[in-house]
Design a protein around this ligand. Structure first.
Ligand code: LRH
Ligand code: MN
Length: 430
């Protein structure tokens, strides 16, 4: 099992880089001190920053056209956890894994819990799946799951979600994330209100099964797999459902689930204001739900989202405790490298947002000094916080240069010896 990256090798790599890092860090410390900002406080906050990794993200992703698996593909949740442990070892900010059932189902969940404990990993939100039919499933989800016009099909979907909660309790998770693809492809095919009423009824049954200290996260998505209407298509339907269901129901924002140019940071602000922000699926996109690496296309948008999050933190906003998670599909990169990089890019947006001079910003906002208000954000965004992120990794026992250390470890080639190559290039996201 122990495929850890050799810690002595990482220590060697760090030893060769620490003096350059300390030089960059002390320059940045002096630079920030001029603005009355303490770099040590930022490193401490960066060291505590955590973002969960999706179990389905460590395998090569694909599209409806094809999936081109790489070498050493993880074949089951145990091998996926090994890869997640490497991501956390080098980045030190991804100690939790979010599983997807039934993709990650095992016979013995206690054994799985022991395995994750041994790797120093925790379990984040559980993702149910009623967007695919499983072999031997009695009712098909072709025309929907929790909103299907057939009550037995809805009951089947409800039962699956309740089963996910039970498995999650064994793993120590505290959240269930429900994303459904239910919707229609033709005008007139679905009665919008009746479908949403069926959705709420089904979700009430799932909500009733939630343990008292759990949350239910609702994930909206504009389209796909439905291409005319989607029952939970945007934050409006999402927050209405969350308010209707109760305090344990919150809204989850997957960045790729919005039309291009939608002001996602404003949606985040609304959800914060009404204490309904449950969490995020971070990724990036240019067109549709592309699931590209976080911050790789719109880093400023990601920064503006963290401006809203840090603002809420600074104002001690009531009911503010969002969870952070990546939800990406790695079609052309080594998934481990992309997840390490993306976790750090989300952490970067957080630390840059901590640099914003909020008092000055509020002042400019009150005085309608649009230019200086915008410039105040840009000034923080333009500071390179890499030395703070690297110092946080170093002090957490990780790698100053994680991708370099990962490549030097030849981890992928090593596990490929144990994990037979996957033949052919079937299609599908995982
Ligand atoms: C839907 C989604 C959802 C997951 C799936 C893998 O597009 O974002 O969060 O269940 O991807
Ligand atoms: Mn998602």
């Amino acid at each position: 099992m122990d495929n850890k990256i050799n810690i002595d090798m990482v220590a060697e790599h760090n030893a060769a880089r620490i003096s350059a890092l300390e030089e960059d860090f002390s320059y940045l410390t002096r630079r920030l001190a001029r603005d009355g900002i303490d770099s040590e406080t930022l490193v401490e906050k960066a060291q505590k920053f955590q973002i969960a990794v999706p179990s389905w993200g460590v395998g090569t992703g694909g599209t409806r056209f094809a999936r081109f698996p790489g070498i050493g593909e993880p074949r089951n949740i145990f091998e996926k956890l090994e890869d997640c442990a490497v991501i956390n070892q080098l980045s030190t900010c991804t100690e939790s894994v979010s599983p997807h059932f039934p993709w990650d189902v095992v016979d013995d969940f206690t054994e799985l819990k022991q395995y994750s404990d041994a790797l120093g990993l925790k379990w984040d939100s559980i993702n149910s799946n009623t967007f695919q039919d499983q072999t031997g499933q009695s009712k098909s989800y072709k025309f929907g799951s929790l909103t299907n016009t057939d009550a037995k099909t809805r009951d089947q979907a409800i039962a699956h979600n309740i089963q996910c909660i039970e498995w999650g309790e064994i793993l120590g998770s505290k959240r269930l994330t429900v994303w459904i693809g239910d919707g229609s492809n033709h005008p007139g095919q679905q009665h919008f209100q009746r479908a949403f009423e069926r959705y709420l009824d089904s979700m009430r049954a799932i909500y009733r099964a939630l343990p008292s200290d759990w949350e239910l996260h609702i994930e909206h998505k504009m389209f796909e797999p439905a291409f005319y209407s989607t029952v939970v298509q945007d934050w409006g339907s999402n927050i209405l459902a969350a308010i209707e269901l109760g305090d344990k129901a919150k809204s989850l924002v997957d960045l790729g689930h919005h039309a291009p140019n939608v002001n996602i940071e404003m949606i985040v602000s609304r959800l914060i204001q009404f204490k309904k922000l449950g969490g995020f699926h971070f990724n990036d996109s240019k067109y549709g739900d592309d699931d590209l690496d976080s911050g790789s296309i719109h880093p400023y948008q990601q920064f503006l989202i963290f401006n809203e999050l840090v603002d809420a933190e600074a104002r001690d906003q009531d009911g503010f405790a969002p969870s952070y998670m990546l939800d990406q599909s790695h079609n052309v990169t080594d998934p481990i490298e992309s997840l390490i990089n993306s976790a750090i890019e989300v952490q970067r947006s957080y630390v840059k947002a901590l640099l914003i001079d909020r008092d000055a910003l509020y002042e400019y906002q009150e005085r309608n000094d649009a230019l200086m208000a915008s410039a105040t954000l840009k000034q923080a965004f333009n500071i390179d916080v890499s030395p703070i992120l690297a110092m946080a990794r170093y002090r957490n026992g990780g790698a100053i240069e994680p991708i370099y250390s990962y490549r030097q470890s030849e981890y992928r080639a090593r596990v490929a010896k144990d994990r037979p190559a996957v033949a052919g290039s079937g299609s599908g996201i995982v």
